[in-house]
Design a protein around this ligand. Structure first.
Ligand SMILES: Cc1ncc(COP(=O)(O)O)c(C=O)c1O
Length: 400
């Protein structure tokens, strides 16, 4: 009998972290590798946020805090929800964790019993199914193909709901596709949910601020206030504020759920880093102007990547609404063979050969539950993106 928990047999390590690690190892070994795998902005945390953290250290704000966040941060989060989403929450309805990841994990651990189902539209952020499995639940994956813009239709949602459904995990704009739901598209889904009062909504709004062009972000309870009592609205400072390493995520929802999440956190990691919490207070309360500036750069990069990938033979790359990812289809490459003699029968084979033969690291689509595709993170320099897309074009042109 293995010494390790049987639960571990149900999950796999994060494939996105695996790709970034492999790319870093190849680079360290002297290979010319361009990494398009990382899910984080390439720019630094803004200075005023760093200054708030330094001031917190100098003022000795370096002790334990309340397990699920200090009052000043909880208030800043309530103010953010009111100001940006028109949602009224009290501090008792707010939970702060060590990254958005811990918040989602706490919520699943706090609510899932064996056999409970969680609906996850695919392509999905890699951690959702494995977190559900770790918490003892059953992921119910609903494939949302490129033809419907990678969005779940109300019919698909209706068909996926059973008496065992506990949660729908909703993510717009999405990692890995960048697809966002308009207010009308979201209303069509919330109408279905209103007919099934036992289903709760875990909305992962991590990419809220990274929304481009005409696309306007909206969150389920904003669109359907009737869902307020069974929605956990999750968010964080990692992406829009370039604070991935600070590890602060948060959520707001019903008091009973928040208390259950606090219980788990108090017996696992205790509080999120006190200094990071002070940085997050400044991120939420301070100027938001730099976000629009950064978004101009993201739009330029998105357009560059979409255009160059669509010029590659066999690739079809839709234009995303937000986040910093594109999720092109490689249907036109399947069945071909690379110059190095590798048969491209899956997107995993495509990504592996692209890394080995051209030194470009992308994450294969099967990691996100929808194939044959790959994900490019365009949160890197224009020069690196141009070079990487040129190599992808060459790679596709060389397939026979
Ligand atoms: C959709 C989505 N949700 C949550 C997270 C987790 O964010 P954090 O770094 O705050 O844990 C990520 C990070 O990649 C993400 O892409």
């Amino acid at each position: 009998m293995s010494f390790l928990s049987a639960t571990l047999d149900r999950v796999k390590p994060s494939p996105t972290i695996a790709v970034s690690t492999l790319a870093a190892e190849l680079k360290a070994a002297g290979r010319d590798v361009i990494g398009l795998g990382a899910g984080e902005p390439d720019f630094d945390t803004p200075d005023h946020i760093k200054a708030a953290a330094k001031a917190a250290i100098d003022a000795g704000k370096t002790k334990y805090t309340a397990p699920d966040g200090m009052p000043e941060l909880k208030q800043a989060i309530c103010d953010k929800f009111k100001r940006e989403n028109g949602l009224v929450y009290t501090p008792a309805q707010v939970s702060v964790g060590t990254g958005g990841k811990q918040i989602l994990y706490n919520a699943l651990m706090a609510t899932l019993n064996p056999g409970d189902e969680v609906i996850i539209p695919a392509p999905y952020w890699v951690s959702y199914p494995d977190m559900v499995l770790l918490a003892g639940g059953e992921p119910v994956v609903v494939e949302c193909p490129i033809e419907t813009g990678f969005r779940m239709t109300p019919e698909q949602l209706e068909a996926a709901i059973t008496p065992k459904t506990k949660w729908l995990i909703f993510n717009s704009p999405s990692n890995p596709t960048g697809a966002g739901y308009t207010r009308e598209q979201l209303k069509a889904l919330t109408d279905v949910l209103m007919r099934h009062p036992h289903v709760w909504v875990m909305t992962d709004d991590m990419y809220e601020h990274l929304a481009y062009g005409d696309f306007e972000f909206c969150t389920p309870t904003e669109v359907e206030p009737g869902l307020y009592d069974r929605t956990l609205t999750c968010n964080g400072v990692s992406k829009a504020y370039a604070m991935t390493g600070w590890r602060i995520g948060y959520a707001a929802g019903p008091v009973e759920l928040i208390a259950a999440m606090r219980k788990i956190q108090s017996q696992s990691t205790s509080n999120p880093c006190s200094v990071s919490q002070w940085a997050a207070v400044e991120a939420l309360n301070g100027t938001q102007d730099f976000i629009a500036e950064n978004n101009k750069m993201f739009v330029r990069r998105r357009d560059l990547v979409v255009e160059m990938l669509n010029a590659a033979i066999g690739i079809d790359c839709p234009v995303p609404d937000g986040a910093f990812y594109v999720y092109p289809s490689i249907k036109g490459c399947i069945g071909k063979t690379t110059a190095g003699g590798v048969k491209i029968d899956t997107d995993e084979a495509f990504a592996k050969a692209l890394l080995e033969e051209k030194g470009v690291a992308v994450v294969f689509g099967s990691a996100f539950g929808l194939s044959p595709n790959f994900r490019v993170s365009y949160a890197t320099s224009d020069d690196a993106l141009k070079e990487a897309c040129t190599r992808i074009q060459d790679f596709c042109a060389s397939l026979v």
